[in-house]
Design a protein around this ligand. Sequence first.
Ligand SMILES: [Zn+2]
Ligand SMILES: [Zn+2]
Length: 403
Amino acid sequence: MVRSSPGSADFKARAAAAVEARAAQLTEISHRIHENPELGFEEHFAHDLLAGAAEEAGLEVQRQAYGVETAFAARAGTEGPLVAFLCEYDALPGIGHACGHNIIAASGLGAGLAAAEVVEELGGRLLILGTPAEEGGGGKLHLMQGGAFAGVDAALMLHPAGLELAEMETLAVQQLHARYRGRAAHAAAAPQAGRNALDGAVLGYVAAAALRQHIGPDERFHGIFTDGGQKPNIVPTFAETNWYVRSPTVARLEVLKERLADCLNSGAVAAGVDIELAWADYYFAEVRSNGPLVELWKANAAALGRDPQPPAPGRTVVGSTDMGNVSQMVPSIHPTIAVAPPEVAIHTEDFAVCARGPDGDRGVIDGAKTLAAVAIDYWSDPSVRTAVSADFTGGTDAVVASN
Ligand SMILES: [Zn+2]
Ligand SMILES: [Zn+2]
């Protein structure tokens, strides 16, 4: 069991005071990002706002970092263990900051700026990493490929939610486009000459629907039709379905992908058409929370009067995130901080309101203090670092970022 280091109390008090001193600025940053929602890889406003604040605070800032136009990296400290604070800041189409990434951005920045005031004395280094396009674009995978996580010893972030959870339950996910190609013919004059791509797609969909009864209760797949022909009097020569496939681990996801592929292929066989299964060239892995870092999150959140719970039936926030891939490479945490009532789910308009309300603002401040405190424990106590590494290397083999 890892405990907060007693020698770190003064440093945490200083970091907490630094967050308080910036409370108005951090809240304003959270609100301004909320009011200017930007989709993945288009987050120029948030990029400039966050990178500018880090520059103003005297950190060494790399804008448009690692070949990603809306990513940034801000650094402090000259040598020692490197802790990364991750900021997400992309929004959702139509419903803005309904995932509350404005809170992730402001709390990650606040933690980094506060920790920067003590990092040198503690013999550590820090990185505030602006990670665009979490909602489907896989921004962190681009950053991984660019080398952003090389040398990072621990990666810390939080996610706002309706629940206070020490760990978020995540599913590995991969996307698929199934493209069916048949032969056009006049649907009345010469139907016998046609081969119906839409029939192939429909039969594949129906077979997949039947498969759902026999998959794990913790697995999911969902598909839509994105192309179903041009005109009723032409036998459809092309049809397409688009799928998300999810399972609790990458290993189980591989099995589920095969079973879904069999179903979709069966439709093509039945209709006598060709099929192409185009899997996305990346997947999101499940988040692997580092046990000792989770314990430190809980202890430091408790010091602020919060009470992060373990996920349990009826008390989960389930999703998929590119943080999963980071957590397979670097010891990581992805806890949730409560900024809304338990019945308000992320990706709803109600949640978007909470994300810039008083509870959201408290989440920014408490979140920044807690993230900074976890980093201070990590820097100040070698036994913490040993426990974190042991937990990480003792687990399953790291999963590569793409396939
Ligand atoms: Zn989301
Ligand atoms: Zn999110």
